[in-house]
Design a protein around this ligand. Sequence first.
Ligand SMILES: Cc1ncc(COP(=O)(O)O)c(C=O)c1O
Length: 405
Amino acid sequence: MYAFSNAVNSMHSEDVKRLMKQASGKSLISFAGGMPNNDLFPVKQIDEIYNSLPEDTKKLGFQYGPTSGYPPLIKSLESYLKNKGLAIEDNKILITTGSLQAISIITQEFVNEGDIILTENPCFVGALSVFETVGAEIHSIPIDKNGIDINALKSKIESLNRKPKFLYVTPNYHNPAGIIYTPERKKQLLEVLSGTGIILLEDDAYSDLYFNEDEKHLIKPMKSFGVKDVEIIYTGSFSKILGPGFRLGFMLSSEEIFEKAETVKQALDACTSNFMQILANEFLAQQKLEPYLTFLRSEYLERKNLLQKHLETYMPKEITWNEPKGGFYIWLKLPPHIKSTDIFKETVTKGVVFVTGRTFDPASRKDDRLRLAFSNMPKDDIEKGVVILSETIKKALKTSEATIQ
Ligand SMILES: Cc1ncc(COP(=O)(O)O)c(C=O)c1O
């Protein structure tokens, strides 16, 4: 069992390394990088913020800070989270170096080798590589267009002879599936976990990036539902809204979980960059975030619409997908006999890359999907990329038909 999990281990870490490389490949048409758009970063606003900082605050930026985070940023985050319906009350915020560090800290806090973690299938590959690195036994539960499969989750929990340490989910604008859980599905998920003692790790990296103001209510975090008998750790990130180069994330948890997490973080990196926390705090405190998000939402919506339009025009009818309502991704479904890895091998020779379905399967097997990120795409490249991709898929469909006959 362990030899198998080690083999998978290196697979997902290698996937992550390869993805980071491909995502920054210059001459490629890349649907691969799950990252914000280079041309949309708030460079001017950050210039202005830095230049207007008092000398003492600039100096503070060069210094170590408290492990839990820069106190003014924690204050600003409290209002930001209150706007999402998250009452801070008995909870505490820990600022982390990216939200991936929060996932990593929580994993170190709760999981030993061989412990069980429940995930969605598909699942954010960065989290998978964290879970695999500690030697966790991962059990995944399928999702559909409305969220996690509730019956599959129930049966999974009933079938296990040990209690999973936590369930990790990304309910808002899922990476890679692009879906948002319906409010009903969020409620049902909490009902299933209620009384089981299984912690819910709610990863909310994308919720600010909805496309339609009327659907804002859908992003409501499960942690704000007021359910008392499910322990929920909520994580968020500045990566998709200010830029991953900030390496800024945070977790909101009970005081007890916070205390241990702070100790783990102290040993990891002592504190998150004061410099970046100061800049992010000013961005929030000077009310620059909301207007910037309004701008980002319309830019990403435009890219999503372009990708959606070209997919509708060029893809054969056998290829299906759900149109996302926010976030960065479209998750294409291939007929079961076509492998996304085979499509990739062909498109990469023609200069088009994306992320294969099996990358997001904890068992690295299910390969009938592919993830297209529209976020960091030059608008002019989208059509060209879709044409190459659809021609490759059509060719694979023809070949498979010929083989079947
Ligand atoms: C679902 C999800 N969670 C967390 C992260 C990690 O973000 P950060 O840059 O804050 O570590 C990502 C980044 O791609 C993500 O897609």
